[in-house]
Design a protein around this ligand. Sequence first.
Ligand SMILES: Cc1ncc(C[n+]2csc(CCOP(=O)(O)OP(=O)(O)O)c2C)c(N)n1
Ligand SMILES: [Mg+2]
Length: 548
Amino acid sequence: MKNSGGSELVSQLSNYGVDTVFGMPGVHTLAFFEPLAKSAIRHIGARHEQGAGFMADGYARATGKPGVCLIISGPGVTNAATPIGQAYSDSIAVLAITSAIARDDMGLGRGMLHEITNQQAVTAPITGFSATALTGRQIGEHLARAMASFQTQRPRPAHISIPLDVLDEETATGSARKSLPRRPGPNPIDIEAAARLIREARRPVVLAGGGCRDAAAQLTRLVEMLQSPVITTIAGKGVVPESHPLSLGSTLQRASIRRLVEAEADLLLAIGTEISEPDLYVTADSEAAAEGLVIADPTRLAISGKLVRIDIDPAATVRDYTPDAAIVADAGLAADALIAELRGQPPASDAANWDLDAIRRRLKRDVSPLERKHMAVLGAVRAALPADALVYADMTQIAYTGCVYFPVDVASTWHFPVGYGTLGYALPASIGGAIGAPGRACIALVGDGGLLFTVQELATAVEQKLPLPIILWDNDGLGEIADFMRARNIPEVSVRPYNPQFKALAEAFGCLATVPQSLDDITREVRHALRADRPTVIIVRQDSEFLR
Ligand SMILES: Cc1ncc(C[n+]2csc(CCOP(=O)(O)OP(=O)(O)O)c2C)c(N)n1
Ligand SMILES: [Mg+2]
């Protein structure tokens, strides 16, 4: 049999260890499916390419391997653009492989089926690279580049377009690069400079971001050596266990922590974080919180102490702030190098310089009545979950509270679409997570507005027989936007949309569905759902009697 472009792709993916792809077939991708059927790679069919992209994202987060989606040209690409954009802002290794119109038709605007005159350009701004394989040989070249970039750099999604004629054309068999390099370590001169500053600090604070996801043990050792409080961004939630005596959790959004970072720390050690805008939305103060207002415009940190930044992405070490020392390296390798450097001459910083218990008490006090409701529900959910459970959360108010107050002790378990902030993430991403890590508890946490963005993927979850609890926070509308409108005295517009009967909807898809009547009920239902042979939609109404 001839080695077509389609066969070449499938055999290369297999050689890189890809065993699962998410997608939606079409006439343009038939050339993928012929070899795929003969391979060991399983194809998980989604109900929309947006779902397939989020599933690939959720799979990548659960497994640490690239998440692959396989979709058609044109509308497949534009439908997948949103999850690709999300993976870009959250640094997730998503590989989108799509067909494209034939080489001879490119750029002419001939009205071919699924035509985009410049498909590669559609995903260029939301990928590390978007490339078109102009020959069969280039399929392997672009794949090698994608795999190497996932493993060595800040992971960004990649998009490889393969023209129809290249998919069908005979091509030589290429080889997958088996020995890919790993992420680079730090320059010793930079480590020395950073260590000098750290030794001089009395009250250093560590801010750890999503770049530390694979460096939990090293980060924890570093923090213990510095005896410094550690705060994480949302993407970094759990990289040091939040129950650790030095952890202040993912709390940068709280005014008291903001003050601590800005004014009380004499050195901020920021590792694997952009210190990006979504992490800087701040609860104004406890009085405003008591009124239910938890929104303040994000402003940059006004750092008064020294700043040391460590990042794999050179741009992130110098952006927005002027660091006193900057290190370009993998977070874990840099932490190890700092520990080794400081061991000879340990720093004088001491956790006793902080009253961490008082800070924690204040964090617990500074919550609005609505956040208290969220916390009660989140506590009931947490009680049903093992420490390593995967939680995929959507853009809903209960998840915003969860970003701060859902206790997380294991890195890479709280997954929230932080940067791009797209609705509809949680359900399909949790499907990808459940498929990637079948032995682990996995849940989705979603609002009534967000669920309707990707609700059709309930069918995928049923088909895959996933024991997936989907906790639906139902407040009859777009609660967050309604609050923003109210805060600006705008009359409510389109924030109280008509909703379906969610229980009937879930059951129509073949899910189990339940409306808990108490917090204990929630815990029980989540436990039950984790043992079921299909997904369970657990509807928690904000106006529930038991949350009054
Ligand atoms: C794709 C997309 N469109 C619009 C928004 C703006 N947005 C952010 S939160 C939100 C409300 C979501 O409603 P729901 O899921 O019910 O959550 P709630 O705020 O009510 O808890 C909207 C519309 C968004 N984040 N993403
Ligand atoms: Mg809502």
